[in-house]
Design a protein around this ligand. Structure first.
Ligand SMILES: [Zn+2]
Length: 272
C-alpha cells in the first residue's frame, strides 16, 4: 500500500506541475513535467504511402488520415514520392508521415525531403515504412536514426517496456505485450529512447538479453523526428492500444517542429 500511495502522490504532483508549467522535485531530485502535446489543429500534413504491400500502406492510410483530419489537420495524400521535389510545397508542410517500405528514392526526392526536415518540417513514421525504406540512402538513415536489419522468428509474442514516463509521448503508458515482428535495428546513439524491448535467444541465441530501442525521438536540423518499430500490420497495433497511442502522440509531437519549444535532450550513451 505504501508504494501505491507514493505513486498516487507522485502522479498528483506531476499533474499539478503540468498545470503550473514549472519544474518540481521527484524523490528530492529536480524533474520536469512532460511538455504538453499540441493538437493537430491547422497543421499541414503530407501522408505518403506505397512500397512493400505486406506493411499495409493502404490500410494505414485509411486509418491514420481520417484520424489526423478529425484532429484538425489538413492532410494531402500521395501514392508516390514526387512531392518531395516541390520546394514550396515542402516548405509549407508541418509534418510528413511516410509509409514506404524498401522502394527507391531518387537523389532529387531525397534532397528535397532532407532539406525540408533540416529547415523544420517534422517527420513521423513506424516500422519498415520509415526505417526500412530506401536501403541505399545513408543520409536518409542519418535523419531517421535507425535501420531495420532483422526480425528473428517473424511474428512472435514479445513485450515492450515504456522506459520514459517524463516524456509526453509515453507519459502514463504502461508496459505491454504485442504479437508482431520484434525489430532488431541498427540505432543512432544520438536519439532519445522512449520504449525498449528485450530479445530472448530463442531464434538467434547470440542476442539473448539484448535490449533494443522500440520508440524514439530525435532532431535532424530543426526538424523533429518520431519513430516506433511497432506496426507490421495495422491490427497488431490496434490490438495493443498503447502502441497506437504512441504513434498518435508521436505524430502530434513531430507536427510541432516549427512552433514548439526546442527540446534539449541529447544524452550520450557511451562514455567519451
Ligand atoms: Zn514488417
Amino acid at each position: 500500500m505504501k508504494s501505491r500511495r507514493s505513486f498516487i502522490g507522485k502522479s498528483a504532483l506531476l499533474a499539478g506541475a503540468a498545470l503550473l508549467g514549472k519544474s518540481f522535485q521527484v524523490n528530492g531530485q529536480p524533474a520536469e513535467a512532460p511538455v504538453p502535446l499540441p493538437s493537430l489543429k491547422g497543421r499541414k500534413v503530407m501522408f505518403l504511402f506505397g512500397g512493400w504491400d505486406g506493411h499495409e500502406p493502404t490500410k494505414f492510410r485509411d486509418y491514420m488520415v481520417p484520424w489526423m483530419e478529425n484532429e484538425g489537420a489538413t492532410v494531402s495524400v500521395y501514392d508516390n514520392l514526387d512531392p518531395y521535389t516541390d520546394k514550396q510545397l515542402m516548405a509549407n508542410t508541418d509534418l510528413i508521415v511516410q509509409i514506404f517500405t524498401m522502394s527507391q528514392i531518387t537523389q532529387e526526392q531525397e534532397k528535397g525531403l532532407l532539406e525540408a526536415v533540416k529547415n523544420g518540417t517534422g517527420m513521423a513514421g513506424w516500422h519498415g515504412g520509415m526505417c526500412d525504406a530506401f536501403r541505399n540512402n545513408t543520409e536518409y538513415q542519418f535523419m531517421t536514426g535507425g535501420q531495420w536489419v532483422a526480425h528473428p522468428g517473424g511474428v512472435i509474442d514479445y513485450s515492450v517496456q515504456v522506459t520514459d514516463q517524463m516524456d509526453a509521448i509515453t507519459s502514463g503508458l504502461s508496459d505491454f505485450n504485442i504479437s508482431s515482428e520484434q525489430y532488431y535495428m541498427h540505432v543512432d546513439p544520438n536519439v532519445k529512447v522512449l520504449a525498449t524491448t528485450t530479445f530472448s535467444g530463442e531464434h538467434s541465441p547470440w542476442i539473448d538479453g539484448c535490449v533494443m530501442p522500440v520508440t524514439w525521438k530525435k532532431m535532424y536540423g530543426k526538424g523533429r523526428i518520431f519513430y516506433t518499430s511497432l506496426g507490421h500490420n495495422l491490427s497488431h497495433v490496434l490490438m495493443s492500444p498503447n502502441g497506437m497511442t504512441m504513434i498518435k502522440r508521436g505524430i502530434q509531437w513531430a507536427s510541432d517542429s516549427k512552433y514548439g519549444p526546442a527540446e534539449n535532450w541529447v544524452r550520450p550513451i557511451y562514455k567519451g
